[in-house]
Design a protein. Sequence first.
Length: 143
Amino acid sequence: MHRYELIDAGSLARARVVGATLEDMFEVSGYAMFDLGFDLEGVAGRYPWPVLGAGDTWGELLGSWLESLGAASRSRDLVFASFTVDRLEEGGVQGSASGLPSADVPPRARTVVGLAEPPVPITTPAGWTADLTFETVPRLHVV
């Protein structure tokens, strides 16, 4: 179950992500970012890829994690659909993402370009949450 809520789907797509743990919230954040641009319903990742990020705060680490996922996706032409955080500590995050070639995943109307503003993870009695703001552009269709 992927716990995120789409708040606004304009040129700045806003999503609220929730995780029982900080690691879980990072994983849900990755899913939310890719689900905004592709229909991930029923997509299982077959091609794993390592993901690393660096930062001094949880927000910087989350931003670095998402930027690393986006860069790996573009360089490998993969759409990631499953995410695992293996290590998360001050200074670094390490994990992996699995996906399929982008041609095998139905696209949505908009493409996620990247984070529009730094995320700020917040701890709550139920776990962790963050509001993510992504810059998006209309998907171009080749005719």
